[in-house]
Design a protein. Structure first.
Lengths: 219, 219
DNA sequence: ATAGCAACCAAACACTTGTGCTGTCAAGAG
DNA sequence: CTCTTGACAGCACAAGTGTTTGGTTGCTAT
């Protein structure tokens, strides 16, 4: 029995298990985690199928390294929405215009919490959602303006065109842009026809999260 | 040497190293990764500082598990802010021609609550605030799109140009528009250049509330 | 049949990685 | 001066974890 992707049922289950595990724990599963929870008789079977999945491009592995499994964005399934509301921390301010210096202040104390209904933000890993207040008008065409609050889900990678909070290492700055991979470089595109994109290298960008929601005050 | 957070320089470096490592690899670093790359002489020193960081709430660890380090969102370097939140009821949906639940029955039924930060709408004014989900694109130029949630403050009058939810008595319909007094008539103006305004009489309009905020999901 | 092959199994093996000592050293406290 | 404490160093061990080897099973084409 095979699916449309050419994956066996067991491989499908392994793939979705890896995804669930990473959502739940924040780090990849070990082969024995997969074996135990999926009730597979031997680690070698898991290794066998992981190798197959890898050859099919469904996942990446860091050889020999513990828990060195990575999922490419294409393997991440769509999540069903949950029910209840939840609170996310409003961690600070992000500039949507030109990138401004980031004081590197990780601020220990309690943050303002923004409670959001689950139909407004994904019921994925709640602890990975946080909020930032927007400064600047560079995302105006995406219906995001100065003083809006954006909800972000913490993730380190981004697909083409996703709206993300990006940290520019060399400039020591954080900014809100749409991210495009263009061969050896990265294009950070404002959603404002009057503003120019920023071009930089993959080494210089650290994705800090993807925009999943917007709040605005009109008072 | 300590920072404002009460972290030693070494702890700061470990924290940002963990973040960078996760950005780069997609999984957390092992203690020896930290040791080697940060040129720390012993794994026990890393363990010592990780324990300290954990006690300060700067990271979470899964005991005994390889690479079982996770970062809470609060450890993601951004610019900090702070205040508190308040809850308002999500009463229903507003569409051109659709009925609007009476905003005064807030105490009656069980409604989904939308919690909003006080700096998105000041707390003193939140007693008369409620929320509606938007259907349609008629307010697109005001950066309000289909499926957005609008926060409204209950009021029965409106100044020129204010964005309000109005009930048209004769049509028994409710709509979200900008309201203008024009002599003997009222103009209800969509914020969409492709749509025409509605003209009617003051007797026919009942202002239900004024838009004071917007929430949007992008997922 | 029988050879080939994908998928699976079991156990052993070897590397990876967290942890637990045992010390050292400098700065304060008493 | 001695004692305590925080921070660090070195080392060894044990647990965690990926890999390998030698099988088995069920199916199919020859």
């Amino acid at each position: 029995m095979r699916t449309a992707d050419g994956l066996s049922q067991r491989q499908e289950r392994i793939l979705s298990y890896i995804h669930e595990f990473m959502q739940k724990h924040g780090y990849p599963p070990a082969i024995r985690d997969i074996q135990t929870d999926l009730k597979i008789s031997s680690t070698s079977v898991v290794a066998y199928n992981l190798k197959a999945l890898q050859e099919k491009g469904k996942l990446n592995r860091e050889g020999k390294v513990s828990r060195g499994i990575t999922l490419p964005p294409s393997s991440i399934p769509v999540q069903p929405a949950g029910r209840s509301a939840f609170a996310v921390p409003l961690l600070g301010v992000i500039t949507a215009g030109g990138p401004l210096p980031d004081p590197e202040d990780t601020s220990t104390g309690d943050h303002e919490m923004v409670e959001v209904p689950t139909d407004l933000a994904p019921a994925e890993r709640l602890k990975d959602v946080y909020a930032l207040r927007v400064r600047g008008h560079s995302m105006i065409d995406a219906l995001i303006d100065d003083n809006d609050i954006v909800l972000l889900r913490f993730q380190e990678t981004a697909d083409n065109g996703q709206m993300v909070a990006v940290r520019l290492v060399d400039e020591n700055a954080v900014t809100l842009k749409k991210l495009y991979h263009e061969g050896q470089r990265i294009r950070l595109q404002p959603a404002n026809t009057t503003m120019e994109p920023i071009y930089t290298t993959p080494e210089n960008v650290r994705v800090q999260g993807r925009v999943v929601g917007v709040l605005r005050s009109l008072v």
